[in-house]
Design a protein around this ligand. Structure first.
Ligand code: ADP
Ligand code: MG
Length: 226
């Protein structure tokens, strides 16, 4: 299983208040692509932070690629995330003054693959896959379009060939045309590499890209706090 949650409970406040998330049982199979939708404030980003080990649950178990995150120290969780999980954020989180190649190289630096001598060829091949033209490889990413920046963010998330890719509303700042390009390239790559994908958004129109669509309100017994 790529993801297994059991008896998960999480709240930002005291344990006395109603939890934000209360998920008895939920899982994503290896190589499966899943879309979770829910309104703003319903706990989507919180769930993703629990899955990547940035937050820890008050109760219950989070297991990723068969590894129970609760059995790892916070340093071990950081290492585990760098080696097994790719993350695409709403706001890309690229380093604006670095070029595309160096932004992608950063992800390699944080993983165990960092001992490889030179990864430039791999990086360039991946950027080309995402239609980032050679003339854009060595420009500060802040000078590129939003659509290009978001495709560089996928390249960064995928360069270490993670088994699991997590995407947190990555299309919200893209226009319709760039959104369609982004979704097409993302889904093609994860299917080819048999990467499990968990994609969350409030935007139900993205559901058509996925075979499996879950409402957070169906998974979450606490029903969110929207
Ligand atoms: P979504 O991603 O679905 O918009 P979030 O997971 O970001 O929802 O937030 C869910 C709820 O948790 C919201 O009510 C939000 O205000 C609250 N929340 C998010 N982050 C924190 C935090 N660091 N501390 C306290 N409350 C938070
Ligand atoms: Mg969010």
């Amino acid at each position: 299983m790529a993801i297994e949650l059991s008896n998960l409970s999480f709240s930002y406040g005291t344990s006395l208040e109603k939890p934000l998330l209360d998920i008895p049982e939920w899982s994503v199979g290896d190589g499966e692509q899943v879309f979770i939708h829910g309104p703003s404030g319903s706990g989507k980003s919180t769930l993703l932070n629990l899955l990547s080990g940035i937050l820890t649950p008050n109760k219950g178990c989070v297991s990723v690629m068969g590894q129970s995150l609760g059995d790892l120290s916070s340093r071990q969780r950081d290492r585990f995330r760098a080696n097994h999980v790719g993350y695409i954020f709403q706001q890309f989180n690229l380093i604006p003054y670095l070029d595309a190649i160096d932004n992608v190289r950063l992800a390699i630096h944080f993983s165990k693959k960092s001992t490889n001598s030179d990864s430039s060829a791999d990086i360039k091949a991946l950027l080309a896959t995402f239609d980032i033209n050679e003339s854009h490889w060595e420009k500060p990413v802040s000078t590129l379009s939003i659509g290009q920046q978001q495709r560089i963010a996928i390249a960064r998330a995928m360069i270490n060939k993670p088994e699991l890719l997590i995407a947190d509303e990555p299309t919200s700042s893209l226009d319709q045309k760039n959104r369609d390009i982004f979704m097409g390239e993302l889904l093609e790559l994860v299917k080819r590499q048999k990467t499990s994908l968990l994609f969350v958004s409030h935007d139900m129109s993205l559901a058509s890209y996925f075979n499996r669509v879950d409402a957070l309100s169906d998974i979450n017994q606490a029903g969110g706090r929207a």
